[in-house]
Ligand binder design. Structure first.
Ligand code: NDP
Ligand code: HSE
Length: 436
């Protein structure tokens, strides 16, 4: 049986999960590929660190380029993260004719256009299923399973750390900062957890999903990105009272004016399937013209769930090793230059409904002044609630739900309301996404 030699760059959470699966399920994997897949080299930063994996027969080094340049290696699997060492190693490996598998969404979202161009020139594959939604085969589903469809929109819970934090805040009444440390200890968070909680990681993933869904180039810099740091337990409780749950979503949508690309917390009706996705689980809902809605659900982070996607990519690459490069599935689903240019819709032009929370001084005319400002900005109020029955001149919380409104109008109204003497807090604003 022919042997395929694999070099792993990185043996942390994902690298260890990948190696364990390759070793434990070697017989099944050989049965599926007809090849004997051997990990012969691994690069790490500290070769003396104890490892939770069997390293027998594997040469360790600290220089990823040793693997990228090794003529015996057929497939390089990059699981280092970041975009410096990883980018150099991937581009060097491509130049040396290696196929690439990577779990690195930051690398693909920010340098993917350059990497795919280099790979096409060298006629090698770059596979990146693990870069989006951990173990869920959502790239394959959109790129291949939905290939008949015109995709209208997709919305996903695509950061396991954020979903884990929001779930623990809701279920255990814990504060944001207490829960982040747990997500880190479980191996879900990025090396710099700001990438998770500020929405950057989800934005990397949405960049990739939007590209394969709509045939647009990877354009991370055009996304609107918000994280979950402003969400309080109070918001989570008010959301529940109003029949919603707060989720951190990545949304890509075709509209008449172009394509919306946005990552932010959103209130989702509690009876939507996606609202029940808890903990580190991820889910992506895709609305397509022929099949209608489809939902992809599973573990969005962690050693073996992510390793599962990495190994599936290795299997895919091995299966096409002898195939003509032109017969492989295009990296970003569409052939280069086959799709028309598309405008990315400026955030001010999007339309959605909003939840607003603010503190005001309880005195006659306050609500009338607030609702007048919203009316003047062409925004209809759907619900208004006052929390607390304070005496005149005491502070109370006002919760409002608006009807569908233009984001720029909402921003303008919020700025004017904030100027009222009777409004004593910042105004929390969370978008409502119906996802119907
Ligand atoms: P870890 O931090 O756990 O592992 C990183 C690995 O890279 C370690 O083995 C480290 O070595 C090695 N490394 C770091 N710098 C170098 C270097 N200069 N030269 C050689 N080796 C180096 O990261 P994860 O496994 O969590 O993540 C890896 C990638 O997978 C990232 O792109 C991440 O975004 C992505 N990902 C992670 C998921 C998760 O659940 N954690 C899920 C999906 C994707 P050493 O072990 O010696 O420190
Ligand atoms: N930090 C990422 C997350 C890992 O929490 O989703 C999986 O991509």
């Amino acid at each position: 049986m022919k042997v395929v030699n694999v070099g792993l760059i990185g043996l942390g959470t994902v690298g260890t999960g990948t190696l364990r699966i390759l070793q434990r399920n070697a017989q099944e994997i050989t049965g599926r590929t007809g090849r004997d897949i051997r990990v012969t080299r691994v690069a790490v930063s500290d070769i003396n660190k104890p490892r939770d994996a069997n390293l027998e027969g594997i040469t360790l080094s600290t220089d990823p380029l040793d693997i990228a340049h090794d003529p015996e290696i057929d497939i390089v699997v990059e699981m280092v993260g970041g975009d410096s060492v990883a980018k150099d190693a991937v581009l060097a490996a491509i130049q040396h004719g290696k196929h690439i598998v990577t779990a690195n969404k930051a690398l693909i979202a920010t340098h993917g256009n350059e990497i795919f161009t280099a790979a096409e020139k060298q006629q090698v594959s770059v596979a990146f299923e693990a870069a989006v939604a951990g173990g869920i085969p959502v790239i394959k589903a959109i790129r291949e399973g939905l290939a008949a469809n015109r995709i209208e929109w997709l919305a996903g819970i695509i950061n396991g750390t954020c979903n884990y934090i929001l779930t623990r805040m809701e279920q255990d009444g814990l504060d944001f900062s207490n829960v982040l440390a747990d997500a880190q200890a479980l191996g879900y968070a990025e090396a710099d957890p700001e990438f998770d909680i500020e929405g950057i990681d989800a934005a990397h993933k949405l960049t990739i999903l939007a590209s394969i869904a709509f045939g647009i180039p990877l354009q991370f810099e055009k996304l609107h990105v918000e994280g979950i740091t402003s969400i309080t337990i109070e918001d989570i409780r008010f959301a529940a009272e109003l029949g919603f749950r707060i989720k951190h979503l990545g949304i890509a949508r075709r509209s008449e004016s172009g394509i919306e690309l946005r990552v932010h917390p959103a209130m989702v009706p509690a009876d939507r399937l996606i609202a029940s996705v808890n903990g580190v689980m991820n889910a992506t809902l895709v609305q397509s013209d022929a099949v209608g809605p489809t939902l992809y659900y599973g573990a969005g982070a962690g050693a073996e769930p992510t390793g599962s996607a990495v190994v599936a990519d290795i299997v895919d690459v091995v299966r096409t090793l002898d195939a003509d490069s032109g017969s492989r599935v295009p990296h970003l689903a569409f052939g280069t230059g086959t799709m028309p240019e598309q405008t990315i819709v400026p955030m001010g032009q999007i339309e959605t409904a909003y939840y607003l929370r603010m503190k005001v001084i309880n005195r006659p005319g306050v609500l009338a002044a607030i609702t007048r400002i919203f009316g003047d900005s062409d925004i209809s109020i759907a619900t208004i609630l006052q929390k607390g029955h304070g005496d005149n001149n005491s502070e109370v919380t006002i919760i409002m739900l608006t009807q569908q409104a233009r984001e720029s109008n909402l921003e303008q109204a919020v700025a004017h309301v904030r100027e009222l003497d009777s409004v004593t807090s910042d105004i929390q604003s969370i978008r409502l996404e119906n996802l119907a």
